[in-house]
Design a binder for this molecule. Sequence first.
Ligand code: NAP
Length: 280
Amino acid sequence: MAEILNGKELAKKIRTNLKVEVEELKKQKKYPKLAVIMVGNDQASSIYVKNKSKACDEIGIDFEEYLLPEETAMQELLSLITKLNEEKEIKGILLQSPIPAHLDIQKAFETINPKKDVDGFHPISVGQACIGQDTFIPCTPLGIVRLLEEYKIPIEGKNVVILGRSNIVGKPLMQCMLKKNATVTICHSKTRNIQEITKQADILIVAIGKPKFITEEMVKENAVVIDVGMNRLENGKLCGDIDFEGVEKKVSYITPVPGGVGPMTIAMLMQNVVKATKME
Ligand code: NAP
């Protein structure tokens, strides 16, 4: 039976430490403040934003929410970002995705001041991560690395297989794993014989958004498996991309959904806001 990688517990520990750090920063008259922009009213996004607001509240980070209507024009969105770039008190800016299809999300990310890019999606942050420089790393990959470190799971020299090549999870995670000296394979929807590849993984990380896609036959004995997927089933329950019950019997470590990667993502966002505050 696998050991559970308890992201919920670790995230709580990180938030507690950050709270102390924020108190120290405030003594130096440095006040962390996060601005979150949401366009439209995507239901899942509303829940994520609420959770981010709660975490800020707990740690002592000021939080400002900008809710823009679905029909917002690109120029209005860019004007808001520019205004927030100029506001000295705002230390971090986050644009909640998805945004409506008529808006150019990449252009919006590029407009965020890289010094306030706490999500790590600005091309400058992406480029710096690519050449191994210190920068803002996207929160989900950062959280996964932190979780592996906490449980002292070696990464160097291991075969890491990542399913999913999105800009927010798969690709930045690949950079993080390379930096940790892993041998990395990245798979996507056009990858052939995926099971042959997943079975080679010492560490398998799945971020594709397909409920229970990874089954027992697809994993190596004693592998470490990380489930990034967050899928809402018809019965309202949250489910990952890994068939937890089947896979758990065969592997050495596994993340649950919920309570694994999700809470770590938010904790790392808080860490990035504190980092931005220290940088000014
Ligand atoms: P995304 O942008 O939709 O990307 C999905 C990726 O999965 C794509 O690269 C796609 O390949 C690949 N894919 C789809 N079907 C596949 C298949 N059958 N075999 C192999 N690869 C396949 O998704 P995302 O934003 O990265 O999110 C992925 C999942 O993680 C979602 O469930 C999301 O809710 C969750 N998520 C969780 C957190 C968290 O904090 N826990 C954070 C972010 C995302 P192509 O590139 O070829 O299309």
